[in-house]
Design a protein around this ligand. Structure first.
Ligand code: PLP
Length: 365
């Protein structure tokens, strides 16, 4: 039985009427750039993630840039982030003008290790960027305590963690700002690029809004030099159509994760994803560890099961960061994990038969 890694076409079929209606309405209203569909989605998403301001933008990478730029990072400033993420997290720190300082992950949740943050802080440190990787919240109490002690800002990268909770509270509500991606494959995905930055801070919200809209809130009044990072009306309407389904889709992912956990946790060599106490994981990715990862992936692939490696090279070891001369022993967990992680098919509509096929193949291997 072929099992895709994700199935966006299937998701579309389950809500086709709503999506098609949303697209038709935007075309009917000529509401392509900003306008009522964008305003509506911003309000709805802010409510959904329990935050005051949501500013939509072109993608999750821009969202990170807007947050860092609005926090006024300066050349020489150091910003701490995790060794294990998608490159947007660290690249935007650099593009906003600061210096990236990587920290290792802990050994079970794939998120930044607070103990490593303490060690990395210098007089030049200005902020911390935890990533709720794969959909599991980072250890926000520990991170916020460090930030408070050293007077640092925190920007949460929530690109993989829509609706995830830490001690009952939604991710993205702990730091000064938080960023989301609505890339099609994310837990809430547009049909193109889309992103947002959220905050409870009124002044920061206004600064980020200006930055995203050519540096001003009123046409032809440019208070600062901004960029053009907008959410299309079409994507906003699609996201508004999908948002009411997100809680159910999240539950479906969590149920599917339980099925994998039960089927795989006794299998020799397989480590199923650990979830720390009082954290709700929304399983953007279901990522196991296996010492013979490449052979296992090949075995699954040759039997029709798509897998992915998120990500094959941890950030400090990418060519983009060769200038730092990082060594594996500085990031032992991230380095070990890059060679053993394997993400299995995970999407809300995955069937019991598909999961059974994946589990049986892993067991047979
Ligand atoms: C997807 C992702 C981003 C970037 O989002 P885009 O919308 O693709 O620009 C940033 N950080 C993380 C952790 C991501 O997974």
């Amino acid at each position: 039985m072929p099992v895709p890694f994700a199935d966006l076409q299937l998701q579309y079929q389950t809500i086709k009427g709503e999506i098609d209606g949303a697209i038709a309405a935007v075309i009917r209203d000529n509401s392509f750039i900003r306008g009522p569909y964008v305003d509506a989605f911003e309000r709805e998403f802010a409510d959904a993630v329990d935050i005051k301001h949501c500013l939509s933008c072109a993608n999750g990478t821009d969202a990170l840039y807007l947050a860092f730029a609005a926090l006024n990072v300066q050349p020489g400033d150091e910003v701490i982030t995790t060794a294990h993420s998608w490159i947007s997290t660290s690249a935007m720190i650099t593009h906003a003008g600061a210096t990236v300082v990587f920290c290792d992950t802990d050994d079970s949740t794939f998120t930044i290790n607070p103990a490593a943050i303490e060690v990395a802080i210098t007089p030049r440190t200005v902020g911390i960027v935890p990533v709720h990787l794969y959909g599991q919240p980072a250890d926000m109490d520990a991170i916020m305590a460090i930030a408070k002690k050293h007077q640092l800002w925190v920007v949460e990268d929530c690109a993989q963690a829509h609706l995830a909770r830490y001690k009952g509270r939604q991710v993205g509500t702990f730091g000064n700002a938080a960023t989301y991606s609505f890339y099609p494959g994310k837990n809430l995905g547009a049909m193109g690029d889309a992103g947002a930055v959220v905050t409870n801070d009124d002044a920061l919200a206004e600064h980020m809004t200006m930055l995203a809209r050519h540096g001003g809130l009123t046409k032809h009044q440019h208070e600062i030099e901004g960029i053009n990072s907008r959410l299309d009306g079409m994507q906003a309407a699609i996201l508004s159509a999908k948002l009411p389904h997100l809680p159910d889709w999240t539950l479906a992912r969590q149920r599917a994760a339980k099925v994998y956990d039960a089927g795989l946790n006794q299998v020799d060599g397989v480590v199923v994803p650990g979830v720390a106490a009082e954290r709700s994981h929304v399983y953007h990715l279901y990522t196991i560890l296996h010492p013979r990862r490449d052979a296992l992936a090949a075995h699954l692939g040759s039997n029709g099961v798509q897998t992915a490696i998120n990500y094959p090279t941890a950030l400090p070891f990418l060519a983009a960061y060769s200038r730092f001369g990082h060594r594996p022993e500085q990031f032992p967990n991230a380095h070990r994990q890059q060679g053993t992680i394997l993400s299995l098919p995970m999407f809300a509509e995955i069937t019991a038969d598909q999961q059974r096929a994946v589990i049986d193949l892993v067991r047979a291997f």
